[in-house]
Ligand binder design. Structure first.
Ligand code: ADP
Ligand code: MG
Length: 701
């Protein structure tokens, strides 16, 4: 029978089961790690390395330095101690003497090792009782069938139950031998050299089995760059497609329109607002749809910028939609517009989930007929049956609350609308660049004048009395305040690990009958009906309610300038961005704010979070800290934005390479917009495979 010729692509798709050292059982374990084909194994990057560079014979050991010794297990002993602990000992025979490993109180090691196994022990040795010992050494079980050492710096792969480190090493080693030569270099030769990238046939073996520390870095650089470059390429192409294919109405802010809008504003705009408005006007004046992110710390005045953009659309006879994450906030925006536009003819409507079917129907008809200019609402705006006659602009407030992928696509006829998305949860630069590579960004760095500082305290229970004294004093001076608790009622506690978590209802009861018995209190949370929430917020705004006890429903956007006091209960239950948002409620007027967090942080992370919160009132700084505390995982999780996770790049550490890759990708797309040049085919294919679907790049590839 003639041998069937397979293409390299087919060979690289060989199921893992048929790789050297695998078989059906191990294949299943590999599948569990997401490894299905030979190609996956080749690109299964180590998560760390073990450095056995300093390997010695027992006779040459030195005290106190990290060294490794190779040998065979002669004996393993395990005993429990009188105090209830345990000790495991391991005697390892090497050609020039014995080494003893000792572990204290690690019962799980008990049956892990057996006599006769070949091992490599690493640690700092000590000469004790006439024998060399290592306490808690790292043990590397060596492949029993093969004497050949794999290298001095060994890769450490993520594993799954039933799979040993040395299994994976061997499988990867085998895959490299069999398949490395089939891989194509995706980078054009000249490009690769110009950007100081190792060729694939060098980089791949070195990332798995490096010759030395230096070569790990060089190999890693290539793959990190490649990953980020391909992502940035996809984003650049996406952006181009949007600009090329989509047409939006050109809405120029003529001098006359500009003056008419500004006349409505009750105060002088801040420099940041002016600049953002200029950037937005420039975008909206052109026929390409604006796609802009407006970042600005809590209270920096984003709403006014959005109002400007909406009125600009309306001035040209187009409609604008403003979407907010909560009904409370949607309603507040509607009220802001009512105030600013009381004397104008701009037709406005609200669309929220809490409306009756008839109310909703009426508004849908107005929108579809073009008989309303501005629609303010919640997610209810993006439902199936909503469509606009002449939509010119969509504004999404607090967009981090919606998630990136959910960049609301509103139904409309004719041209595409311009998009303005706003957030007060500033995204660290590197992440912003990655996620919003297809967005332009404006940033409000300053605050409206006269803004007062918020003083923040982290307190234990012993300070409560003093704090409430102060709280009452300020209330008597005419200020208002919030009391925030994480749970609505006690029954919610069932699902939480701690009985210490404060519930809102209990907190409210206790205050109403105790510390704040002399004041008018209100209670608001997400379970109330929309009209109940509205009534309570209105009472609070008017000062009828002096203290509002709330869950995090007031977290985003609520703007009551006279409220300057905030007590946060069980602060450890809130995220850093959320705490900062909460505090933002009391930094809105001419009086200084005072925020006291009570809490019972148990983990290192929650302690760090609360400390950071007290130490800074700068949202951008806090976002960076949060990012560092939580790591990039949460932010770059697939959930949030629908992109496949990064495999090797770490946005926290690889910011420099990211910038480089972004710049290069933009250049690249400029020089070959459709990636049609033959030397770009492979990169193009890689980009489509990885991001074509997630970014909806069409099926050009
Ligand atoms: P955020 O950026 O958090 O959405 P807002 O738009 O709610 O902030 O603005 C916060 C407060 O600052 C509001 O009460 C608003 O009326 C006020 N404000 C906005 N711009 C200015 C300005 N240029 N001068 C004075 N006050 C302003
Ligand atoms: Mg806001």
């Amino acid at each position: 029978m003639a041998e069937i010729q397979s293409t390299p692509a087919q060979l690289l798709a060989t199921p893992v089961q048929f790789l050297k050292g695998v078989g059906p059982q191990r294949a299943e374990l590999l599948n569990r790690l997401g490894l299905h084909a030979a190609r996956d194994v080749l690109f299964y990057f180590p998560r760390d390395y073990q450095d056995f560079t300093d390997q010695r014979e027992v006779g040459q050991l030195e005290e106190g330095k990290l060294q490794s010794v190779r040998g065979v297990i002669e004996e393993v002993d395990f005993r429990t101690t009188a105090s209830g602990g345990c000790v495991m000992g391991m005697l390892v025979r090497s050609p020039t003497g014995y080494l003893r490993g000792l572990w204290f109180n690690q019962p799980h090691l008990r049956d892990k090792y057996a006599q006769g196994q070949k091992v490599l022990l690493s640690g700092k040795p000590k000469y004790e009782g006439l024998v060399w010992q290592m306490h808690h050494p790292r043990v590397e079980t060596l492949d029993a069938e093969e004497e050949e050492p794999l290298g001095l710096i060994l890769p450490v792969y993520p594993l799954t139950e039933g799979l040993q480190q040395w299994h994976v090493r061997k499988i990867v080693r085998g895959a490299l031998e069999a398949y490395l030569s089939l891989l194509d270099e995706v980078f054009p030769e000249e490009f690769r050299r110009a950007h100081d990238l190792l060729p694939i046939e060098e980089a791949l073996p070195q990332i798995h089995f490096p010759d030395n520390r230096e070569s790990i870095l060089r190999a890693k650089r290539r793959f990190v760059y490649q990953e980020l470059f391909v992502l940035q390429l996809a984003l650049a192409i996406k952006r181009r497609q949007q600009q090329d294919e989509r047409k939006a109405p050109a809405l120029e802010a003529t001098a006359k329109i500009d003056a008419r809008i500004r006349r409505l504003f009750p105060f002088e705009l801040t420099e940041g607002q002016k600049k953002a408005i200029a950037e937005i006007s420039a975008d909206m004046a052109g026929p390409a749809p604006m796609n802009r992110l407006l970042q600005g710390d809590v209270g920096s005045g984003k709403t006014l910028v959005a109002v400007y953009a909406m009125l600009l659309a309306v001035a040209h006879g187009h409609q604008a939609a403003l979407m907010a994450p909560t009904e409370v906030l949607a309603r507040q925006h509607a009220q802001t517009l009512d105030k600013l536009l009381s004397a104008s003819q701009v037709r406005r409507a609200q669309l929220t989930g809490g409306m009756t079917a008839a109310q909703r129907e009426a508004i849908l008809q107005l929108a579809a007929a073009g008989e309303v200019d501005i629609v303010v609402g919640t997610q209810a705006i993006i439902q199936e049956d909503v469509s606009f006659a002449k939509l010119g602009l969509v504004v999404i407030d607090e967009q981090h609350k919606f998630g990136v992928r959910q960049r609301a696509v509103l139904k409309h006829s004719g041209l595409d609308p311009h998009y303005l998305v706003m957030t007060a949860t500033p995204i660290p630069r590197t992440v912003a660049m990655t996620l919003f590579g297809d967005l332009d960004a404006s940033t409000l760095k300053d605050f409206p004048p006269g803004r007062q500082k918020v003083h923040t305290y982290l307190a234990g229970d012993e300070r409560r009395e003093k704090w409430w004294d102060f709280f009452r004093k300020k209330l008597r001076e005419g200020r208002q305040g919030y009391v925030i608790a994480p749970l609505v009622e006690e029954s919610e506690r069932a699902g939480t690990s701690s009985s210490q978590v404060a519930s809102l209802e209990e907190t409210f009861e206790a205050l109403a009958n105790g510390e704040l018995a002399d004041f008018r209190l209100g209670l608001i949370h997400g379970r109330l009906r929309p009209d109940e929430k509205d009534a309570i917020m209105d009472d609070f705004r008017r000062g009828e309610i002096q203290v509002l006890a709330s869950t995090s429903v007031v977290e985003v956007g609520v703007d009551v300038a006279n409220a300057t006091l905030m007590t946060i209960e069980s602060g450890e239950r809130f995220g850093l961005a959320q705490l900062h948002q909460l505090r933002g409620r009391i930094s809105r007027g001419k009086f200084p704010g005072f925020c006291c967090v009570f809490g019972n942080p148990q983990t290192e992370e929650s302690i760090a979070r609360l400390k950071a919160f007290v130490a800074s009132t700068d949202g951008f700084e806090l976002a960076e800290t949060d990012f560092k505390i939580r790591g990039p995982g949460d932010l770059f999780g697939t959930k949030q934005h629908g992109l496949p996770p990064l495999r090797i790049a770490n946005l926290l550490l690889d910011g420099d390479i990211l910038q480089e890759a972004r710049r290069d990708a933009q250049e690249f797309v400029k020089s070959d917009p459709g990636l049609v040049q033959s030397q770009h085919t492979l990169l193009k294919r890689m980009m489509f495979v990885r991001y074509g679907k997630a970014l909806d790049l069409g099926d050009v590839g």
